[in-house]
Design a protein around this ligand. Sequence first.
Ligand code: GLN
Length: 483
Amino acid sequence: MHNKSIKELASGLRSGEFSSVELTQAFLARIKQHQSLNCFISVTEDLALQAAKLADHRIATGNADLLTGIPIAQKDIFCTQGIKTTCGSKMLDNFIAPYNATVVEKLNDVGAVMLGKLNMDEFAMGSSNETSYYGVVRNPWQTDSVPGGSSGGSAAAIAARLSVCATGTDTGGSIRQPAALCGITGLKPTYGRVSRYGMIAYASSLDQGGPMARSAEDTAILMQAMAGFDPKDSSSVDMPVPDYQAGLGVDLKGLTIGLPKEFFGDGLSGNVAAVIEKAIQEYQKMGAVVKEVSMPNLKLAIPAYYVIAPAECSANLSRFDGVRFGYRCENPQDLTDLYTRSRGEAFGKEVKRRILMGTYALSAGYYDAYYIKAQKIRRLISEDFKKTLAEVDVIMGPVTPSTAFGIGEKMGNPIEMYLSDIYTIAINLAGLPAMSIPAGFAEGKPVGLQVIGNYFTEDRLLNIAHQYQQVTDWHQRSPKGFE
Ligand code: GLN
């Protein structure tokens, strides 16, 4: 059952081949069996079985959606009413959310069955899932390697068939990078397409929730349920949501693909480059036309991001003060002691580093030199994309410079860790949609192809991924031991 697509599962549920309760039990058993991957922070077994029962009833009465009764899991950054929501931090280890994030509400409404809350980098800061208070997640393709981050639990759980699909969030690459390193499909939607309400904020002008699954088709189905205007999120965009599944049948003849030369320079490992080149040839066989393009400001993306994201995080995380949410130190001497010790004891090293960097960049003497400058660079990067996307339909390139790296390998060197998002971060600065598609393997580890489109062209990106998945089977492969 665990290798079936959402459509296959939905038809099995309708024909009575199995019930949602049975399906949910099968996934819960797999989660238990593969606990050593550490994908889940919380497994909500009883609630899942209750939801499955309701879903079975709904299916029997004919009032069901494709996702009704399908086991899914939520990244632990999305607030779930009455259920612990930790954001991967000791700070929120005892936090029970009083309300549901809009994304959670929407998935509950269609009757999807939540198995639990997925592990992630602390407050979504990281590229390897090693900054989580709940420990590192292991990559099912090679268990001494990282799954990527920050949605590492989501990607690893899908690759290991512990959940059919999952939610993720992407501030600088956190859906695409783990999707690439775990060999699954992930979509970072246009900023504003999926509600951020109830999604714990890291860098609000960059954060965007999105779907992760094995295939583009499953990703499209999950996206359909997640997307749409939300009056509770002031940056949510009030535009109709296309029928993503209906958009999956378009052939790619005449599609123009831009290949930025900056994506293929030094720093990209040879074996990843070879896989990407092959994937692009596959698109040419389907009738796409390739054009070399240049986006000279891309090289400024990492430095600009590491001013803007920490600046926003320093403001967002000021709410965790030992008073309003989560952790509080013991026996505070006075208010200052309460603030400083609660924050000092409950935030991890990477989160503290970001808060310090951000506070510094926003301080009176440095605001113009760092923050304003970074915002100007952000504009230049957006203009590079605008110009390029006026010449070509989509941009393609790698998601990551290398395949999954070893656990512990980059933790001592933050700059090297930050560089692992070199191909994903610029897209968030511009607010564009992009996907990671399984495109092959290098030394036994998955490689992802990135496809970047213009604003609100998620339907086109999903179709481009789907067409590729009609002629390749990379997305169907399962890691050894998880078949
Ligand atoms: N790795 C990047 C960071 O650490 C991006 C994380 C994300 O997209 N949430 O900030």
